[in-house]
Design a protein around this ligand. Structure first.
Ligand code: ADP
Length: 160
């Protein structure tokens, strides 16, 4: 049976931390679906289509990676795609709390699905989309925090 992993998130926008997780899990699983969340509850900077296009562009040379957009519960998407592993990344202790409750809820909703946690590389552990947007808003150096082509996209959105 081929092992399909789903890596869900906002990716608003993709950072070098996300990219590293995608590369590392594509060495472990047969197929990786990076799932862009679309939700009415969240205020995104980039539309779901923009976020997905950025991900497609940066993963285009990795044949194991697919990018999709979904509005709804991750576990419902998983069932539709017959996938059994959700991948999430861990940085600081604060992530542990949030990810722990999320994994428990998903386990309750779909006991057959496992959550697979992967630790951030130390050099990426402080990188988040939220922090990147804050740096961009104030004109700080973004090199190394996001893929190079994202920098002008952030500048365009935030600074006009
Ligand atoms: P969400 O809004 O669903 O938390 P994010 O796009 O912020 O989505 O993150 C998706 C997943 O990637 C989460 O599990 C998050 O903890 C993880 N992640 C984000 N940044 C990093 C990083 N620098 N290193 C490792 N994991 C990360």
């Amino acid at each position: 049976m081929s092992k399909i992993a789903v890596y869900p998130g906002s990716f608003d926008p993709i950072t070098t931390g996300h990219l590293d997780i995608i590369e590392r899990i594509s060495n472990i699983f047969d197929h990786v679906i990076v799932l862009v969340a679309e939700s009415n509850q969240k205020d995104y900077l980039f539309t779901a289509n923009e976020r997905a296009e950025f991900l497609k562009k940066i993963t285009k040379d990795n044949p194991k990676v697919e990018v999709d957009i979904f509005k709804g519960l991750t576990v419902e998407y998983m069932k539709k795609r017959k996938a059994h592993v959700i991948v999430r990344g861990l940085r600081a202790v604060a992530d542990f709390e949030y990810e722990g409750t999320l994994a428990s809820m998903n386990k309750r909703l779909a006991p057959e699905i496992e959550t697979f946690m992967i630790f951030s590389r130390p050099e990426y552990y402080f990188i988040s989309s939220r922090a990147v947007k804050e740096v961009a808003r104030h004109g700080g150096e973004l090199k190394g925090l996001v893929p190079e082509f994202i920098i002008p996209e952030l500048t365009k959105k935030l600074r006009g």
